[in-house]
Design a protein around this ligand. Sequence first.
Ligand SMILES: [Fe+2]
Length: 480
Amino acid sequence: MVTVASEQLVQEQTNAPVRTLNESLTREHSFEPLQVEGEVPKDLHGTLFRNGPGLFESFGRPYDHLFEGDGAVTAVRLQNGQAWGATRVIQSAGLLAEQAAGKPLYGFNASWFQRFPRMLRMDSKNTANTSVMIWQDRLFALMEGGKPTELSMDDLSTLGETDLGGVIPSAFSAHPHEVPSRQALYNFGMTFGKQSSIDLFELPHQGKPRMLGRLPVSSPIMLHDFMVTENYMVFFVSPAKVSIWRAMLGIGPFDKLFYWDKKGCVDVWVVPMDQPDEPIHFQTDPFFQFHFANGYEKGDEIIIDYVRYPDLGVLEALGKEPDERPANQGEWAKLTRAVLNLKTKTLTHERMWNEICDFPMIHPHRLTQTYRYMWLTTEPDGQDDQERKVNEIVKLDLETGRDQRYMFGRGQNPSEPVFVARRDGSSEDDGYILTMVYEPSLHQSYLAVMDARDMEREPLAKVWFDHHIPTTFHGRWVAA
Ligand SMILES: [Fe+2]
């Protein structure tokens, strides 16, 4: 058995650099043919857009945290069994200013004299590094601390930051959600100030976007995601607070900008989309979440499925080995169902699955409806560190409780699984799973095209880039 230690020895003896997933993009390009191994189904016709950090250092100085990396959008276009790929670092105003100055101006890599006045002006770099949104045939890169950055769908070139015609005062989260019955996207953004707020937005498929209202928050908080049902926007506002004095003074490290208020609780906000100025509010015991799977209404109740963490410890542990993580990691990342009773203003939780998981994905037609299937990433609870690094994509059948999984090779990292329904598909799981996978032995990445009905099957196709694609957090499929 080859051990990590012996592999490192070989690397040292050969003087070959150890290559890893999270190093800067080595090549940027517009759409170019990609090599297809296997067969891309002929009915898979459209483009997958994904986003994540693409640069991991600034003028030779590494960023402090994965979340600080400058965003890069990667796209894979599939048509008639062929594939084309593109990838580009987003040319934000902040990155362009740094390139012009020839030195870091933002973040902890900048000198204190550079960053302090910027921090006072709340002038930060919009890295646009978290997700993408497709709205009215326009492509946007999103990050929760800034406004959307519009990109060209044709070649991924950066068109620039936008407030969508004056609608967004401060920020627009990386997690807009679709409500199919309303033909609209909903999202929120944080405004920090004397009166901090959660700003609520509606982006209809046709017509102008608008701000629906604002929810007050007592102090600046970190809020990553929320959930929608047919009639409500639902927020679980955890006591994950932003250390404003650290942010203002530019004192790192990055993960210490956020802290868990141990005396705090979760503020539950349920905002009727048709009466946003009459939100329902109550409090419950503390917990934290990054991502939601789905939400729907059932009489006086609202069902919200999400991935639960006991607190914010996961933020500090991102990128660390399992044995370096806090002791309560056994409670991390558990798929959980919250049942909200709007009459009694209470919330109960029920664990849905015991494995460590995240990035849940469902059939887009089942959003805000009852549903049966979910696909997500897991970190298997193996016997040693090597095995734990092997990630899987799992399909969960919520009706039978059965799961089906595909384990990628050693050291390979599959991304969030994106579900694409088959055009003439008849069942909820009739479609494809698209996941970006890093192959460490080649330092290259490929898009795995998988049969969503049978996740134990080998990928139907691997669509190879001739270089690596660093971590991509979130993506969207646009059918042609
Ligand atoms: Fe996210």
